[in-house]
Design a protein around this ligand. Structure first.
Ligand SMILES: NC(=O)c1ccc[n+]([C@@H]2O[C@H](COP(=O)([O-])OP(=O)(O)OC[C@H]3O[C@@H](n4cnc5c(N)ncnc54)[C@H](OP(=O)(O)O)[C@@H]3O)[C@@H](O)[C@H]2O)c1
Length: 331
């Protein structure tokens, strides 16, 4: 069936400036790490992308290796772009990344100029577009000079294959170094994509300060800890959940009794706020003005709807924050 985007798609979503750039990103963005591979059904993938766009989600995040198999999420997105969103490229922010294993031999991994530029060319072909909006170095490479990796991002922008440069999984000192080099090259670092959620607070310890000082935006990934910070695992591991899937990155043994106890305590606070745990977990991240967008994943349309409804209530009282901190600090 042909698709016409909702006319009111920009009515409810909030858009935040990404660092000191001119780019606005939706408070909630959608990532295609899981649920968009060859193993997933095209109809569900289409439904997820359509609903996200209808709700004002303009930013879709990819990487060369998303699938499984690697590359298939970009192929899926490319097909949907062609069938459903062809006339809307200028309303979309599409990102991709390179830096994790992608093809055999010495050039299919890490952060050399050879690897990054070749990977970006492959991603553009798979998605079927001339440029990505954001191209990331997916992780720092301990054996390649930072100047070379940042030089590759700068080259991608100068070649017109990417509009902006981003980094992901860089520690505070590495992010600071990358920012200086990119500034010197004339391609300022737009954004950092770090892991961050109630269950993993490492970016509070220096990274957010560096990003603020350098005028770089921040888009945390796995804000729901891959689904743990939701009602998904309160009563065991559902068969259709990520933890139950053989190819997912969330393993069954992560769901311990101790963790579930913690999640239940958080869920009680969320309930008193009139929110689901997922909504409270997203609002908790968005309370920091240095956060540009939260990068969620979803396996169902209703999850996207519920997560976007987070924006209806973002405030926290000091008492709520203190109670949440106390629960999170428990071993
Ligand atoms: N830069 C990097 O190194 C890196 C690494 C990882 C991820 N990422 C990016 O971050 C994106 C998001 O990662 P993620 O998918 O792990 O994010 P997430 O939002 O933490 O987890 C998504 C999963 O949570 C569950 N979920 C979401 N909303 C829910 C709701 N309202 N109620 C119940 N369950 C809900 C779903 O699990 P079920 O599938 O079980 O339903 C969904 O697949 C990725 O797609 C990717 O773009 C980047």
């Amino acid at each position: 069936m042909s698709y016409l985007p909702a006319e009111n798609r920009y009515d409810k979503m909030k858009y935040h400036r990404c660092g000191k750039s001119g780019l606005l990103l939706p408070a909630i963005s959608l990532g295609l790490w899981h649920n968009f591979g060859e193993v997933d059904t095209m109809e569900n993938c289409r439904a997820l992308i359509r609903r996200a766009f209808d709700l004002g989600i303009t930013h879709f995040d990819l990487a060369n290796n998303y699938g499984p198999p690697p590359g298939s999420a970009e192929l899926t997105f490319g097909r949907i772009l062609k069938t459903d969103l062809a006339g809307y490229r200028d309303e979309l922010i599409i990102s991709s990344k390179a830096g994790y294993p992608m093809w055999n031999g010495p050039y299919g991994d890490w952060g050399s100029k050879k690897s990054l530029i070749a990977s970006l060319d492959q991603s553009l072909k798979r998605i079927g577009i001339d440029y990505v909006d954001i191209f990331y170095s997916h992780r720092p490479d301990p054996d390649t000079p930072l100047e070379e990796t940042m030089g590759a991002l700068d080259l991608a922008v100068r070649q017109g294959k990417a509009l902006y440069a981003g980094i992901s999984n860089y520690a505070p000192e590495q992010a600071g170094g990358a920012a200086v080099i990119l500034k010197q090259l004339g391609t300022p670092c737009l954004i950092h994509q770090p892991k961050y959620s109630m269950l993993n607070r490492w970016i509070e310890d220096g990274l957010l300060d560096v990003l603020e000082d350098e005028g770089i935006g921040c888009i945390p990934f796995t804000p729901l800890a891959q689904g743990l910070l939701t009602d998904r695992y309160m009563n065991g591991i559902p068969e259709d959940s990520r933890a139950a899937k053989s190819w997912g990155f969330l393993k069954r043994d992560t769901v311990t009794d101790k963790l579930v106890e913690k999640l239940r305590s958080l869920n009680m606070i969320a309930g008193k706020r009139g929110q689901t745990l997922a909504q409270m977990a997203l609002a908790w991240i968005l309370k920091d003005p240095r956060i540009t967008s939260v990068l969620i994943g979803a396996s169902r349309v209703e999850q996207i709807e519920q997560n976007v409804a987070t924006l209806d209530y973002l405030e926290f009282s000091d008492d709520e924050l203190a109670r949440i901190d106390k629960i999170l600090a428990q071993d």
